[in-house]
Design a protein around this ligand. Structure first.
Ligand code: NAP
Length: 266
């Protein structure tokens, strides 16, 4: 069941662009496009968070029902272009977007934040998935800081002989390791605060996804400063749709793909 937070569709005749969101980049893109004013923009959220940060413009929330459901939405809502600005680990919705856009012959661009790179002084252990991360973290330390969100905690639930600090926005609904403390918090996080957290909880290993971007990068600098190893879960394979790294590139792409509304309706 989807929810519409804001919707001005009835009176808006501009070309309709769908932003698949749930990230800071998607909110920044929606704000930029709203400011430009050339397109009607709807951002789609998965609807997982109790109190999501809402982007500017129209917002709908909730699953589409797979690629077919998304294709039906694109058709019903007369969407003329889709920007996949979801998190790099949100592989299912990105795959759905590619399939639905192919089926509907609607142009798709992917706005993907650049990944992080290991720098001198870092001690990274790159792994393919959460299961490998749990094994690596257990081998590296005894007080483990999990910063992978509340999804994907299952592989850590069976680690009974280590203590965990688990940071996420909303409380996890899945099983957790027996020895843990929950820290409910939403980024961005400042470097000073990250160092304080590492020291206050005597953390000796950090676990992160290779999410990239600025909002949560301070934990990596903090780990470097404190000499703490980091287990980095690699991203799932990237989409083969046109990948753009900057909002300016998306605006330029839209301009080449779609005429602006004043050109359509003058
Ligand atoms: P996912 O595994 O790719 O998606 C699972 C299902 O959730 C999709 O098949 C789709 O359901 C629905 N869905 C996901 N994103 C949606 C969106 N923006 N609008 C409408 N439906 C959506 O995604 P996820 O990893 O669970 O992430 C969910 C959302 O949280 C994403 O929007 C993502 O940008 C954001 N997020 C994810 C992470 C992360 O680490 N994974 C971190 C920060 C933010 P149907 O197939 O039924 O349509």
């Amino acid at each position: 069941m989807s929810v519409r937070y804001r919707d001005a569709s009835a009176s808006d005749l501009r070309p309709h662009v769908l932003v698949l969101g749930g990230t800071g980049e998607a909110r920044a893109l929606a704000a930029r496009l709203a400011n430009d004013g050339a397109y009607r923009v709807t951002t789609s959220l998965a609807g997982r968070l109790a109190a999501p940060l809402l982007p500017v413009g129209d917002v709908r929330s909730g699953s589409f029902g797979g690629p077919d459901g998304l294709a039906a939405y694109l058709c019903t809502e007369c969407v003329v272009a889709v920007i996949d600005a979801t998190h790099p680990f949100a592989a299912a919705i990105s795959s759905n977007a590619r399939q639905a856009c192919d089926a509907c012959r609607i142009p798709l661009a992917v706005l993907e934040r650049r990944t992080w790179t290991e720098l001198p002084g870092d001690h990274w252990h790159r792994v393919a998935d959460g299961g490998a991360a749990a094994i690596a973290a257990r081998a590296l330390g005894s007080r483990i800081f999990l910063t992978i969100g509340r999804q994907g905690l299952a592989p850590f639930a069976s680690v009974t002989d280590r203590w965990f600090l688990i940071r996420c926005i909303d409380a996890p609904a899945t099983a957790l390791p027996p020895q843990h403390e929950l820290m409910l918090a939403r980024g961005p996080f400042a470097l000073d605060a990250e160092i304080t957290t590492l020291r206050a909880f005597a953390i000796d290993v950090l676990v992160t996804k290779a999410s990239g971007g600025d909002a949560t990068a301070a934990k990596l600098i903090a780990a470097r400063a404190c000499g703490i190893p980091v287990v980095v879960i690699d991203r799932p394979p990237a989409s083969d749709a046109g990948t753009l790294n900057h909002i300016d590139d998306v605006v330029a792409w839209l301009t080449t793909m779609l005429p602006a509304s004043h050109e359509v309706f003058r």
